[in-house]
Design a protein around this ligand. Structure first.
Ligand code: HEC
Length: 130
């Protein structure tokens, strides 16, 4: 019983630590820009024949879009394109995916969030495609 309690306390401490570590990560907009341009935009330009630049949407629209996590008219999710699995699948032909192959998914997502927030129509530095 005592041992059980100790384990529970330990689990709580670990969980609290993990949460604060995740919240402590602010995001790196420069890394987000590289990822956005070389992974997201690369595919949009090739497959959609149209880039989807940050400055096409407002900060609030980007936040809502990423929060909803529905991509390509709801056919898949945005987070899919941040996954390690996706990066692994394209890294032989995509330098950014190869470079960031080992970055935790949540960090990359946060990086891109910060980048599109900054590059949004009403952001600090509205960003087009190049
Ligand atoms: C493998 C190709 C591919 C990749 C990689 C990709 N997208 Fe897309 N994306 C699409 C397609 C296809 C559409 C649908 C466009 C259309 O028909 O209007 C789309 C549409 C979008 C749209 C318009 C709204 C919607 O969901 O239809 C946004 C915003 C978007 N993508 C963001 C992203 C972001 C951010 C990333 C990178 C994390 C990303 N995409 C990576 C293929 C891709």
């Amino acid at each position: 019983m005592k041992r059980n309690l100790r384990l529970k306390v330990l689990a709580l401490i670990l969980a609290a630590g993990a949460t604060s570590a995740a919240q402590a990560y602010d995001g790196d907009w420069k890394r987000g820009r590289i990822y956005f341009r070389h992974v997201c935009t690369a595919c949009h330009s090739a497959e959609v024949k149209k880039a989807i630049p940050p400055n096409e949407r407002t900060k609030a629209e980007w936040a809502a879009y990423l929060q909803a996590d529905k991509h390509n008219k709801g056919k898949d999710s945005v987070t899919k394109y941040f996954s390690k699995q996706y990066r692994d699948s394209i890294k032989s032909k995509n330098a950014a995916a190869a470079k960031f192959a080992d970055v935790p998914e949540n960090e990359l997502l946060q990086d891109v969030k910060v980048f599109v927030n900054k590059g949004a129509k009403d952001g600090d530095a509205p960003a087009g495609c190049s």
